[in-house]
Design a protein around this ligand. Structure first.
Ligand code: PAF
Length: 437
C-alpha cells in the first residue's frame, strides 16, 4: 500500500494491558487506508512525570503506512482509546487502559493546538526510544522539537507566535529580565496551566535603567535561565540583543501617566516609560492572549494594566502573587547582591507589612495609623534606608486621602548599602486579603 510512514506509540497500564495493545493494533489495521507494517516488542515502564500511584505500563511502537491526514489519525487514536475504556476528561497522568501517541508522520512538522509533530518529548522517553531502536531506527537521525526553542531575532519570534496563533493556540507571554528565580517560575507555571504555548522573554532592557543605575551590572545567566524555563514547561525563550530590539534610529516611546509619576516613578525618572515601551514592543511582536507579571512590582503592574487599556492591546494582563523566601523576603533577582548582614535585615520589609496587616485584622482602618505601624517596624532596622511607605487604592495604586480606607495595598521600598553594591528592595501587600497577596 502506498502512503506515508507514521510511527505511533502505544501504552496501557489498566486491565489486560497486552490485550489492549493487541486489540488497538488489530483495530488500526482493519481501518481502510491504514496498514500496520510492523510493531516492536512490548516493553514495561513506570509512569514518567507526576501522577497518582499506579501500575506499570506496557508500551510498544508501531509503524503504519497510510494516506490519512495526521489530524484524522489523531481523532481515530482518540476513538480507539475511548473504545478501550479510557474516560475523558481525566486529570493528567492518570492510569489509562490505552494511550496512543502520534510520534512521527513522514517528514511532517505540525505545531497546532491539538497536535505537535514530531512528538515533542519522544527522545526523553526510553519506552519510545527502546522500541524505535529495536525497529532499526537511528535515533540521532530522527527529528527533534527543541523545547524551549531559544529565539534571538524579533522577526523569528513574531513568525513563531503567528504560527501558533494560526494553529489555534492560546499564547501566554512572560516578560522577564532573566536571572530567573522561583518567582519567575511561578509566572511560567501559571501560564503553562492557562495557555497552549508559553513564551518567556529574557531581555535586560536598557530603556528602563537611568544613568548611574545597574544596567551593566544587572545579573545575567542565559544558560541557567533556559534550564529553569525548560523545567517550567516554556515553549520558547525570546532572548534578543539590545541591537535586535532597538535599531539605531529607534526613538518612539510610550508616555505613561499618573500611575507612573510617584513612588518608583519619582525615584527613577523614565523607568516606567522604558518598561511600558519594551512591554508594548513585546506585546506587538508576540501578540499573546495573556501576559503574566509579578505583583512584587505592583506599580509596574498598574502601569502595564493602564497601558494595555489605553493602547487597546487585545490581551489579558495577569497579576501573579509574590513568591517569598521562607523568612518572608520577596524574591528578586537583585537579592543576590545583599551582604549577609543586609540579607538578615531585609526581612524588615515583610515584617513591616505584616504589622500593618495585623493592625488591619484588628480593625484599624485609618490611613495614617496603618502607615505608622509599618514605619515603626522599618525605623527599628538601621540597615534599611526607607525610600517610601505608601498606602494606595489597590485597583490602580491611586493616592488616598487621610481618614478611613478600604481595598488598599501597602507598598514599601528601602535601600541596603552593606553589600558589593547598594540594593533597593520593594515589597507590598494587599491589606485584608489573607496573610499575603
Ligand atoms: O519586571 C521586569 O522584569 C521588567 O521590568 C519587564 C516587565 C520584563 C520589562 O523589562
Amino acid at each position: 500500500m502506498a502512503g506515508r510512514i507514521v510511527l505511533i506509540g502505544l501504552g496501557s497500564n489498566v486491565g489486560d494491558r497486552a490485550e489492549h495493545l493487541r486489540v488497538a493494533l488489530q483495530r488500526l489495521g482493519s481501518v481502510p487506508g491504514i496498514a500496520v507494517v510492523r510493531a516492536s516488542a512490548v516493553v514495561e515502564s513506570e509512569l514518567v512525570g507526576d501522577g497518582p500511584a499506579q501500575g506499570k505500563f506496557l508500551n510498544a511502537v508501531a509503524e503504519l503506512r497510510t494516506n490519512w491526514p495526521a489530524v484524522a489519525l489523531l481523532a481515530l487514536c482518540g476513538e480507539l482509546e475511548t473504545m478501550a475504556g479510557r474516560v475523558r476528561p481525566a486529570p493528567r497522568n492518570h492510569p489509562r487502559p490505552l494511550d496512543l501517541d502520534l510520534l512521527f508522520d513522514g517528514d511532517l512538522h505540525i505545531d497546532s493546538r491539538e497536535l505537535v509533530l514530531p512528538h515533542p518529548r519522544w527522545h526523553e522517553r526510553e519506552f519510545v526510544c527502546g522500541p524505535l531502536r529495536e525497529l532499526g531506527y537511528d535515533l540521532a537521525a530522527l527529528p527533534k522539537v527543541e523545547r524551549p526553542a531559544v529565539i534571538e531575532s524579533p522577526v523569528a519570534m513574531a513568525a513563531q507566535c503567528s504560527r501558533w496563533l494560526a494553529g489555534g493556540c492560546v499564547v501566554g507571554l512572560v516578560p522577564t529580565m532573566g536571572s530567573l528565580h522561583r518567582g519567575h517560575a511561578s509566572l511560567m507555571e501559571l501560564a503553562r496551566q492557562e495557555c497552549d504555548r508559553v513564551v518567556a522573554t529574557i531581555f535586560v532592557n536598557p530603556l528602563q535603567f537611568g544613568p548611574g543605575e545597574d544596567f551593566a551590572a544587572y545579573p545575567r545567566d542565559l544558560t541557567g535561565d533556559v534550564r529553569l524555563c525548560k523545567q517550567a514547561g516554556v515553549d520558547a525563550v525570546f532572548a534578543p540583543t539590545v541591537a535586535q530590539m532597538y535599531d539605531p534610529e529607534f526613538c518612539s516611546q510610550v508616555a505613561v501617566g499618573p500611575a507612573a509619576a510617584t513612588m518608583e516613578g519619582a525615584l527613577r525618572p523614565g523607568h516606567f516609560a522604558g518598561v511600558a515601551t519594551v512591554v508594548a514592543r513585546l506585546f506587538a511582536l508576540a501578540r499573546p492572549q495573556r501576559a503574566y507579571f509579578g505583583e512584587k512590582d505592583a506599580q509596574q503592574l498598574a502601569v502595564i494594566r493602564r497601558m494595555q487599556k489605553d493602547l487597546g492591546f487585545p490581551l489579558q494582563v495577569v497579576g501573579c502573587p509574590i513568591v517569598r523566601e521562607t523568612d518572608g523576603l520577596a524574591m528578586s533577582s537583585r537579592n543576590v547582591y545583599l551582604s549577609a548582614e543586609d540579607r538578615a535585615a531585609s526581612t524588615v520589609l515583610s515584617r513591616a507589612l505584616a504589622s500593618a496587616q495585623f493592625a488591619w485584622q484588628q480593625g484599624e482602618r485609618d490611613r495614617d495609623r496603618l502607615l505608622a505601624r509599618a514605619r515603626v517596624v522599618m525605623a527599628a532596622e538601621p540597615r534599611a534606608q526607607v525610600d517610601y511607605i505608601e498606602l494606595r487604592r489597590d485597583v490602580d495604586l491611586a493616592e488616598l486621602p487621610a481618614g478611613p480606607v478600604a481595598d488598599v495595598r501597602m507598598l514599601i521600598a528601602a535601600r541596603f548599602a552593606g553589600g558589593v553594591r547598594p540594593v533597593r528592595l520593594l515589597d507590598n501587600a494587599r491589606l485584608g486579603a489573607g496573610s499575603w497577596s
